[in-house]
Design a protein around this ligand. Structure first.
Ligand code: ZN
Ligand code: ZN
Length: 252
């Protein structure tokens, strides 16, 4: 039987207008950063690896001046993916696959901690990171890791239970994860949709690579929710996150 664990990888505080560009700057918001562990009979998979621990003690050194000027870390000790899986009795070598939704600092910051895993990333995302390094941070992703380039939908275990879905727009090669567990379905949206409010009101955040693509990807997520009854687990939704079972209490 498949299990899903939501893992807390800290919090970020920043100006609300980054998420909701129609709002006047000046109001702050705090959002969760997450990773998800999928325990499948054929192996364990992590969806995203959160922010690197060094960012807590030296944000400018790790994240660079620009990112550190936008985002303040509000993480507590132990809110990093390696500590989180350790609390479930797991070590990095127990993870067979890591899926990076995309290569932003809050989604792949701890990739280096999983040298034995296979990293499943959309080819478009890898090409974009190679072609436009300024959009990403090489410290996060450009590492001696086994990157497996995926093009389009990809059924990870070959049984339809864990499927990568391209949801570009936020970045060129963004992907989400569709999970079918018994009669339940979940989609880990990543940053294809930050919060439920973005989906309900069709709001595109400030940091959007391609608006038309992102609208299309949000439509795809909406249809998985409305037509198939999938539960969407949004990338950075504080309200949803506060109600989710987390850590060693599986959400499924
Ligand atoms: Zn992002
Ligand atoms: Zn993010």
């Amino acid at each position: 039987m498949l299990r899903i664990h939501a893992l807390s990888c800290g919090s970020l505080e920043f100006d609300r207008s980054l998420f909701f560009p129609a709002e006047a700057p000046g109001a702050r918001m705090v959002i969760p950063v997450s990773s998800f562990l999928i325990v499948h009979p054929q192996g364990k998979l992590l969806f995203d690896t959160g922010i690197h621990c060094d960012a807590l003690v030296g944000p400018v050194a790790r994240l660079g001046k620009r990112i550190a000027s936008y985002f303040a870390l509000r993480s507590r000790a132990g809110e990093d993916v390696v500590s989180q899986i350790a609390s479930l009795g797991l070590r990095p070598d127990d993870i067979r696959y890591v899926v990076n939704s995309h290569f932003h600092f809050d989604h792949c910051g701890c990739n280096a901690s999983f040298p034995r895993a296979q990293f499943l990333v959309q080819r478009e995302e890898l090409s974009a990171a190679r072609a436009e390094p300024a959009r990403y941070d090489k410290k996060d992703w450009d590492l001696p890791l086994e990157y497996c380039e995926v093009e389009g939908d990809h059924d990870v275990f070959g049984d339809g239970s864990v499927v990568l879905l391209p949801t570009p727009g936020h970045t060129p090669g963004h992907q989400s994860l569709w999970i079918r567990a018994g009669n339940a379905q979940f989609v880990l949206t990543g940053d294809a949709c930050y919060t439920r409010e973005h989906l309900e009101k069709t709001i595109l955040p400030m940091n959007t690579f391609d608006a038309a693509q992102m609208m299309e990807s949000m439509g795809k997520l909406r249809s998985l929710r409305d037509r198939l009854g999938a539960t969407l687990l949004y990338g950075h939704d504080a309200e949803q996150w506060s109600a989710l079972p987390r850590g060693n209490k599986p959400l499924f």
